[in-house]
Design a protein around this ligand. Structure first.
Ligand code: HEC
Ligand code: HEC
Length: 371
C-alpha cells in the first residue's frame, strides 16, 4: 500500500517538476531562464541528459515517448547550427546540409533522390535528420557508426557537397568569427586539442546540433503519457493493428524504428530495386543482402516519397508494400486507413529554428567553385 502511495506521490511530483521546472521544449533559442538551466552539458551524447516523460499506464508499450526536454551545450549547438546551414562547406558554396535535410520540410528534401553538386542526382532517398540520434547507426546501410562520423561524409562526397575536409577547414579558418566561435567552444579542452579548427570539431558541433532535432509532443506521445483523448478511437485501432499485424516487431522504441537492421523483402523478394544491396555493401556477407536499417516512422507524414528507392509517394501504398513484402499478408482498406491514421499521430513538434546569420568571407577565403 505504502509503496503504491509513494508511487503516486512521486508521479505527481515528477509531473509537477516536468511541467513547471523544465519547460516543455528546449529549443535552440531558449529564453534567458531556460539558458541558465540548460547551459551545462550533463553527458547524454553531446546533446545532454534526457528528462523522463511522465509515468502513465502506457509506459510499458513498445514505443516510448520522446523526452520533452534535455540539457545541452548551448554554445556548441549554436555553432553546429551555423555549420548545418553553411553553404561554404560545399565546393559550389551553394549546398548546405539543410539543402537536402530541409528543416522546413521534415528534415528531408522530399525528392526521390537528392540533388548534389552540379545537379548530380544521388542514388538514394535522403532520410530525415529529425530524431536521427535514435538510430543505431547512420545511413540506410548503417555505414556510419554515429552522427559525428556521418557528418564528415557529405562534405567530401563528390555527388553531394563535393568539397574536401582540408578546403572546408581552410574556409572556416579564414573567417575570424568562426575562429573565435571554435575557440570559445573547444579552446583549452584537452579532448579536442587547442588552436586550429579541424574536421573533428566541425563534425562534433554539427552532431551536437543534430542531437537537438527531436520532435516530442506528438499526439501519440501525449497518449503514451496518459492523455487518453489525444488520439481518436480509429487511430487507437490503427495502433492495435500496428501491433497485432506485426509492424511493431521492427518499428518500435523511441524512434518507432532505427534500432535494428532488417531484410527488405522478408516475406516476398522485393524486386523493384535489385541494385541497392543495403548492409551487404558494408559487410559483404550474403545474409546482409537487401538488409537495411529500419527507418524511423516519426513524422513519416512529412517525408514522402517512401523507401530507400522512393518507390511510392503515398503512405497508404507504403503500408501495403510493408504488409505484402515484410509480413506476407494483406489488409482490408479499412485496416490500411486505420494504420495510416495512427502513423499520422506520430508527427511531433518540429524544432523551432531561427535562421542563423553567417559571418562574411574575407580576402583569404577560398572562393566557390562551380565546376
Ligand atoms: C546532396 C544532398 C545531401 C547533402 C548536402 C547532405 N546530405 Fe545527409 N543524406 C543525404 C542522403 C541521400 C542520405 C542517405 C545516404 C545513404 O544512406 O546512403 C543522407 C543521410 C544522412 C544522415 C543519416 C540519416 C539516417 O537515417 O540514416 C544524416 C544524419 C545526414 N545525412 C546528415 C547530413 C549532414 C549533417 C549534412 C551536412 C554536413 C548532410 N547530411 C548533407 C543527402 C544529403
Ligand atoms: C521485418 C521488419 C519490418 C516489418 C515487420 C515492417 N517493416 Fe516497415 N520497414 C522495414 C524496413 C527494413 C524498411 C526500409 C525499406 C527500404 O526502403 O529499404 C521499412 C520501411 C517502412 C516505411 C517507409 C519509411 C520511409 O521513411 O521511407 C513505412 C511507412 C513502414 N515501413 C511502415 C510499416 C508498417 C505500417 C508495417 C506493418 C504493416 C511495417 N512497416 C512492417 C522493416 C519492417
Amino acid at each position: 500500500m505504502i509503496r503504491i502511495k509513494l508511487g503516486v506521490v512521486v508521479s505527481v511530483l515528477a509531473l509537477a517538476i516536468i511541467t513547471f521546472v523544465f519547460p516543455p521544449y528546449v529549443t535552440v533559442n531558449a529564453s534567458e531562464d531556460q539558458k541558465t538551466l540548460k547551459e551545462k552539458q550533463v553527458g547524454y551524447g553531446r546533446g545532454g541528459r534526457v528528462q523522463a516523460g511522465s509515468p502513465s499506464e502506457h509506459a510499458k508499450e513498445a514505443i516510448q515517448p520522446i523526452p520533452l526536454s534535455f540539457d545541452y551545450d548551448r554554445a556548441k549547438v549554436e555553432l553546429g547550427k551555423k555549420l548545418f546551414f553553411e553553404p561554404r562547406l560545399s565546393k559550389s558554396g551553394w549546398i548546405s546540409c539543410n539543402s537536402c535535410h530541409n528543416l522546413s520540410t521534415g528534415g528531408a528534401d522530399n525528392l526521390p533522390s537528392s540533388i548534389g553538386h552540379k545537379w548530380f542526382l544521388g542514388p538514394i532517398n535522403s532520410p530525415t535528420v529529425l530524431n536521427s540520434k535514435f538510430n543505431l547507426a547512420q545511413f540506410w546501410d548503417g555505414r556510419a557508426k554515429d552522427l559525428q562520423e556521418q557528418a564528415g561524409g557529405p562534405i567530401a562526397n563528390p555527388l553531394e557537397m563535393a568539397s574536401n575536409h582540408e578546403l572546408a577547414i581552410n574556409i572556416l579558418q579564414s573567417i575570424p568569427q568562426y575562429v573565435q566561435w571554435f575557440e570559445e567552444v573547444y579552446g583549452g579542452k584537452e579532448l579536442y586539442g587547442s588552436g586550429k579548427i579541424d574536421i573533428l570539431k566541425v563534425t562534433d558541433a554539427i552532431a551536437a546540433f543534430e542531437e537537438t532535432l527531436t520532435t516530442p509532443g506528438s499526439r501519440f506521445d501525449q497518449w503514451l503519457n496518459g492523455y487518453g483523448d489525444a488520439i481518436t478511437d480509429s487511430e487507437k485501432e490503427g495502433y492495435e493493428l500496428f501491433k497485432t499485424k506485426g509492424c511493431i516487431t521492427c518499428h518500435n522504441g523511441m524512434g518507432v524504428g532505427g534500432n535494428s537492421y532488417q531484410k527488405f523483402g522478408l516475406a516476398k523478394p522485393y524486386d523493384k530495386d535489385p541494385h541497392t544491396q543495403g548492409r551487404y555493401d558494408v559487410t559483404k556477407e550474403e545474409k546482409d543482402k537487401f538488409v537495411f536499417k529500419v527507418p524511423l516512422l516519426r513524422n513519416i507524414e512529412l517525408t514522402a516519397p517512401y523507401f530507400h528507392d522512393a518507390s511510392t509517394w503515398d503512405l497508404s501504398e507504403a503500408v501495403n508494400v510493408m504488409t505484402e513484402y515484410q509480413l506476407g499478408i494483406s489488409l482490408s482498406n479499412e485496416e490500411n486507413e486505420k494504420i495510416v491514421a495512427f502513423l499520422k499521430t506520430l508527427t511531433g513538434e518540429q524544432p523551432q529554428i531561427v535562421l542563423p546569420i553567417l559571418p562574411p568571407s574575407t580576402k583569404a577565403t577560398p572562393q566557390p567553385n562551380r565546376n
